[in-house]
Design a protein around this ligand. Structure first.
Ligand code: ADP
Ligand code: MG
Length: 598
């Protein structure tokens, strides 16, 4: 057991020495026990009331699926002209781009293991990746200085035409790992491969006939929020090219999404249900030109039982010519995902694993606090009251608890917002926007709604409820705490352990703490394995991936697997010392500067 983390995660998250500020006269008149704790409320800013009326059906509010993308004029040559206004919208303020948190001092020490018959030579920088010049420019505009470990392998693998399975920690840059090489390869060929579409300069929706969408790339993601997030990345990388991205997801208006498809679609991102809805209308969408299909967060999708839809989408249907490349990305790699891979991927596929499947990052300081069920609400309030303002995600297991916590924190003057499956899509989009832009830096959510979400500078994750073993168990825990500590940033995860309820997860949680060099609290000490079992901890956690790996030949020394994973994301020691709480939560881009680099 390493004692790298000397400061408890809970302490690390709590700032000191904030100036108190004055209560309003109404608040001052309240009896002592009802007076709000004003210690740091000044910094948190005002709570923003949830405006449900603004997001009802006929509000003029824009859908995410309708946001601006580069529109290709049929007369352009090979590369479209720049549009500074759109460029600003897609990539953000140029003075704030770049330096996104990759730790260049340790990046070389991160090990990537590859399996499969082909050997991939990793690239060291984007300039060596054989990218289309427009793609290289877009990567630079996005502020990506160097590829992340998974990108170093994925770019050449996809460039060379292999199917790929990528297993990497959340926040390791998987989206660009597939978007950049796929779109780059298509850029030079778009005019030849892509379906005809109307000229956007002259197209009149409702007057001119829509085309059938025949995407070259289809990306499937389990949640609406994640689909939108991938769409936003795709909008960046498609800048100044003919490739036109679209996104479809349940809850959004069918008509608007269909209208967008009717203007032509080369890159389609969608949730499985809505994709299949559109596929059942072949005049609107067909996959006959599809060249690439990407399944993102495959483990989550299979856990949610989207298998019938996935099979339908992956079958492609009526291929005109050519073959389809399959990509499967996931943070963990359970059996259902392995089966899906076996059915669809070429035997020559490349399997890439960064660190260890299913493991949590070491740069996330994890604290587990024993709190009896009935005392949890007060514990949360106490904890929040001691906190410096920062982006926080609070996970609860039921929609009802999410609602209750939203009420509780709102009443206590925290600028919070919440999402869960019963909210309509406009409400969900509005909440995510409020959280991202910093209007509501406290997000309360159920686990599934937050899967794959990447928001910068989430410093703290609170598991108000630990996941139950029936609903995701320790893998769900991994996903949740992975919302912090994204791309080389340090994060803190605090979990409330209710002895009456959480006993089933105690053993595997304790092992996770040990594997990631965290302190094991006293009440979990009985679950610490001993002797050989302790020695074998890392080995066992690896076996899930190795099982039926066939002619597995890890690029590195398999015996080092346990040591290699994640080492480059910062050690536990840095996690403790380097912790610095961003003291504002303005727009994500602008906080970049205030985050300690690494
Ligand atoms: P994952 O899918 O592995 O969880 P994402 O693809 O969501 O990770 O990426 C996490 C964040 O890192 C995103 O904000 C993305 O823009 C950023 N990112 C990805 N690649 C790089 C890179 N090479 N350099 C800097 N930032 C990057
Ligand atoms: Mg992802």
């Amino acid at each position: 057991m390493s004692d790298n983390i000397t400061q408890s995660a809970a302490e690390a998250a709590i700032g000191q020495g904030n100036e108190p500020f004055n209560m309003t006269p109404v608040e001052a008149a309240l009896p002592a026990e009802e007076k709000p704790n004003m210690a740091q409320k000044a910094d948190w800013g005002d709570p923003v009331p949830y405006n449900y009326n603004a997001y009802t059906k006929d509000a003029t509010h824009e859908w995410e699926s309708n946001t601006a993308r580069y529109e290709w004029d049929g007369d352009y040559g090979d590369v479209g002209p720049e549009f500074p206004e759109l460029e600003l919208q897609l990539f953000g303020d140029p003075t704030l781009r770049g330096k996104k948190g990759i730790d260049f001092s340790t990046i070389d020490s991160i090990e990537v293991f590859q399996e499969g018959p082909a050997r991939i030579d990793p690239i060291a920088n984007f300039e060596d990746a054989g990218l289309h010049p427009v793609m290289l420019k877009n990567v630079q505009l996005a502020g990506y200085d160097a590829p992340t470990p998974i990108q170093r392998y994925c770019l050449p693998a996809i460039h060379n035409g292999y199917d790929v399975i990528g297993i990497a920690q959340t926040g390791s840059g998987k989206t660009a790992a597939y978007l950049v090489p796929i779109l780059s390869k298509l850029m030079g060929k778009a005019k030849k491969l892509a379906a005809p579409r109307p000229n956007p300069a002259t197209y009149k929706p409702g007057v001119d006939a829509p085309v059938t969408a025949e995407p070259l790339v289809v990306i499937v993601a389990p949640t609406r929020e994640l689909a939108v997030q991938i769409f936003n990345e795709a909008r960046k990388f498609c800048y100044r090219t003919m490739l036109r991205p679209c996104v479809v997801y349940g809850g959004g208006t069918f008509r608007d999404q269909q209208e967008q498809l009717g203007r032509g679609c080369d890159v389609l991102i969608g949730t499985p249900g809505r994709l299949v809805d559109f596929l059942e209308r072949p005049a609107v969408l067909t996959l006959r030109r599809m060249r690439y299909i990407v399944i993102d967060e495959a483990d989550e999708m299979l856990a949610e039982d989207w298998k019938p839809q996935l099979d339908k989408i992956m079958a492609g249907g009526d291929q005109e010519e050519g073959t389809i490349n399959y990509m499967l990305f996931s943070a963990t790699f359970p059996k259902a995902a392995r089966d899906l891979a076996k059915t669809h991927l070429a035997d020559t596929h490349v399997r890439l694993r960064v660190g260890r499947a299913g493991s949590t990052h070491r740069n996330i300081a994890q604290d587990v606090i024993e709190v009896a069920g009935p005392k949890k609400k007060q514990a949360l309030l106490d904890y929040m009251n001691d906190l410096k303002p920062q982006r926080v995600i609070i996970f609860a297991n039921s929609k009802r608890t999410v609602e209750e916590l939203d009420d509780l924190l709102y009443k206590n003057k925290f600028p919070c917002t919440s999402i869960h499956g019963d909210r309509n899509q406009k409400e969900r989009e509005a909440s995510m926007r409020a959280f991202r832009c910093g209007d509501c830096p406290v997000l309360i959510t159920t686990g599934v709604s937050a899967r794959g979400i990447d928001v910068r500078n989430v410093f703290l994750v609170i598991n108000y409820d630990l996941p139950s073993m029936d609903h995701g168990g320790i893998e769900e825990y991994t996903h949740r705490i992975g919302r912090t500590g994204r791309i080389g940033h340090h994060g803190v995860a605090v979990s409330f352990y209710d002895p009456a309820r959480d006993e089933p997860i105690a053993s595997v949680l304790t092992r996770t703490l040990l594997e990631t060099d965290q302190e094991v609290p006293d009440f979990l000490k009985p679950y610490v394995p001993e002797g050989v079992a302790r020695e074998n901890l890392k080995f066992e956690a690896d076996s899930d991936f190795e099982e039926d790996a066939g002619a597995a030949g890890a690029a590195g020394d398999a015996g080092d697997a346990g040591e290699g994973w994640g080492s480059g994301w910062g050690t536990g020691a840095e996690g403790a010392e380097g912790v610095e709480v961003p003291n504002n939560f303005g727009p994500a881009q602008s906080t970049e500067e205030s985050v300690p680099a690494w």
